[in-house]
Write a protein that binds this ligand. Structure first.
Ligand code: ZN
Ligand code: ZN
Length: 378
């Protein structure tokens, strides 16, 4: 498959393509029949952000065939009107001091209907409460109704993820030489995080992983007081958050001279990751990408050291649909953004993981992570 790369031009935020938020409510309504509901209560905050542009920490959204009601509390009185207005979203904004769910339930009283709840994020207690509040309606557990919309990124979303990837690339290029100076894992992680923020990231995408030497055998090691030294492999997994969108990349750096076993691990994972990226294209099943990575590692006799799945979607959440795993039922399509991140982990020795974020295209992918993969620290 064709793998393309292009540098992000130096764009100010205002110059990125706009996010096409206003049209999303109608696209959501188009999915009601398939979900078996006449209305949907959206409670997952990332989904509410996707549908309305609201970035606050408390809200509920009721979407029916012809109305939308957005409920939040007094802290967000101005922000919610501003953000929904700026996005051109056609929804009534209601401010309550308590019980936003009761406010929404009142809107549905008298119109018996099938009301969908987001089953992945609604707790048992919340479901019980909805059952009380909506005694006259049928509650329908729905799954992935909004996330299946979110899976295909529009050009504005892709541009923001590309910018987030670019920030991570540039921060790593600046900070990487520090690994030769014997920093602690924590000092290196903090320097990388600070550089991403300096370059315009509003936050880090997730807690940066710096796993050196034997710590590398733990895929999600938290950076600690270990001093990075010659002969170490150092796994660095991190990302930047830009206008709500995440990036995710991993590089493994060899510090000074590393032994043959470690070089072999690097070689195998590099080949595996390349095979995975080259397997990505619209129409390809996600599990085929996993298989492409896995077979290289298995052929090298390290299959049991590949402890996780190959990748995941990236967007408003750091881990979202589609999953790139052996059990994934997803088929990749134009506009999906996924990671390809095989790794091997050997207790007592260390680990290697290499990860790019890529945008799926008709005939391959557009690599959004552009940091070179030469592992050797000059
Ligand atoms: Zn990662
Ligand atoms: Zn990842």
């Amino acid at each position: 498959m064709a793998v393309t790369e292009r540098r992000t031009p130096d764009l100010g935020a205002g110059e990125l393509p706009p996010l096409l938020v206003a049209e999303r409510l109608d696209r959501l309504r188009g999915r009601f029949d398939g979900a078996g509901c006449d209305a949907l209560v959206v409670s997952e905050l990332a989904n509410i952000r996707y549908l309305t542009g609201f970035t606050g920490s408390a809200a509920l959204l009721l979407v029916t065939d012809d109305t939308a009601v957005f409920v939040t509390d007094g802290r967000y009185r101005e922000q919610s009107s501003e953000q929904l207005g700026a996005a051109g979203v056609d929804a009534e904004v209601v401010i309550v001091s308590a019980e936003p769910d009761a406010e929404l339930a009142d809107r549905l009283t008298g119109s018996p209907t099938r009301v969908g709840l987001e089953s992945e994020s609604v707790s048992w207690a919340a479901q019980r409460r909805w059952a009380d509040l909506l005694a006259g309606s049928e509650l329908v557990p729905t799954s992935g109704v909004v996330s299946e919309l979110r899976i295909v990124k529009d050009p504005g979303e892709a541009a923001r993820i590309r910018t987030a990837c670019d920030i991570a690339d540039r921060a790593f290029a600046t900070v990487r030489p520090m690994l030769a100076e014997g920093p602690t894992e924590l000092a290196f992680a903090q320097a990388l995080d600070a550089e991403m923020r300096r370059l315009g990231a509003e936050d880090v995408s997730f807690e940066t992983i710096v796993a050196s030497g034997p710590n590398g055998a733990k895929p999600h090691h938290r950076p600690g007081s270990r001093v990075v030294g010659p002969g170490d492999l150092v796994v660095v997994d991190f990302g930047a958050l830009y206008e709500g969108y995440h990036s995710d990349m991993t590089r493994t750096v060899a510090v000074g001279e590393v032994d043959a076993e470690r070089l072999r691990m690097l070689e195998v994972v590099l080949a595996s990751q390349q095979a995975g990226v080259e397997a990505v294209a619209a129409g390809v099943e996600a599990r085929e990408v996993d298989a492409a990575c896995r077979s290289v590692i298995e052929d090298a006799g390290m299959g049991e050291a590949f402890l996780h799945s190959t990748g995941h979607g990236v967007g408003l959440d750091i881990h979202e649909e589609p999953r790139v795993s052996a059990r994934s039922a997803a088929t990749l399509s134009d506009g999906h953004v996924v990671t390809v991140e095989p790794g091997v982990y050997l207790p007592g020795i260390g680990g290697v993981r290499i990860e790019d974020t890529v945008l799926v295209t008709e005939d391959g992918c557009d690599r959004l992570t552009l940091t070179p993969k030469d592992p050797v620290l000059a």
